[in-house]
Design a protein around this ligand. Structure first.
Ligand code: GAR
Length: 206
């Protein structure tokens, strides 16, 4: 049977767009913000959308329960976090254990959390990038599926660095999801292996 993917967004939705354009089976896009720009793209592609507005709930537990209810209506096999900017409760993460992926705009375990590009510039690192990983309760800590590395160039601003990283996000997220769809992701002692041995590292100075 065709697998079903639900994508969660909070804003622009360019990673969601890359996943949809890669032809992956996205059955719904859910946002915690009604003004998320990505919702219009999803609608334009005929993909059902929903908004679960976090400010309407009294706390994280109540929000996560409502979010889970909306997700489960679409009976997904995989939940894809694509710029979803809410911290999720452990109970929510455990409910979707082994079937929720995230993309993080840094080379984990460096620069967990927010403002990764500014922090990379401030730290003076010469290499930066993005990571697709399985979601576990500890923030930005789950098993790494694929990473893309980019150089940090002299004269880079937060914007130029973010744009270089984002180009790679749009490449590695669909790739990771495709591996999952093909049943090729294995977890061995907490480390992700891809059956067939495709490289789990991309390097690009594009
Ligand atoms: C992306 O750069 C993604 O890696 C990042 O937000 C951006 C969303 O862009 N995610 C996080 O920072 C998660 N903590 P998009 O809405 O255009 O995909």
């Amino acid at each position: 049977m065709q697998k079903r993917i639900v994508v969660l967004i909070s804003g622009r939705g360019s990673n969601m767009q890359a996943v949809v354009e890669a032809g992956l089976p996205v059955v719904a896009v859910i946002s915690n913000r009604a003004d998320a720009a990505g919702l219009a793209y999803a609608r334009s592609r005929g993909i059902p959308t929903a908004v679960v507005a976090h400010e309407r709930y009294s706390g994280r537990e109540a929000f996560d329960a409502a979010l889970a209810e909306e997700i489960d209506r679409h009976a997904p096999d995989l939940i894809v976090l694509a710029g979803f900017m809410r911290i999720l409760t452990d109970a929510f993460v455990e409910r979707y254990a082994g079937r929720m992926m995230n993309i993080h705009p840094a080379l984990l375990p460096a620069f967990r959390g927010l403002n990764t590009h500014a922090r990379a510039l401030a730290a003076g690192v010469k290499i930066h990038g993005c990571t697709v990983h399985w979601v576990t309760p500890a923030l930005d800590e789950g098993p790494i599926i694929i990473q893309a590395a980019v150089p940090v160039c002299p004269g880079d601003t937060e914007e130029s660095l973010a744009a270089r990283v984002l180009r790679q996000e749009h490449i590695i997220y669909p790739r990771a999801i495709r591996w999952w769809l093909e049943g090729r992701l294995r977890l061995e002692n907490g480390v992700v292996r891809v059956e067939g041995g495709e490289p789990q590292l991309v390097y690009s100075d594009d």
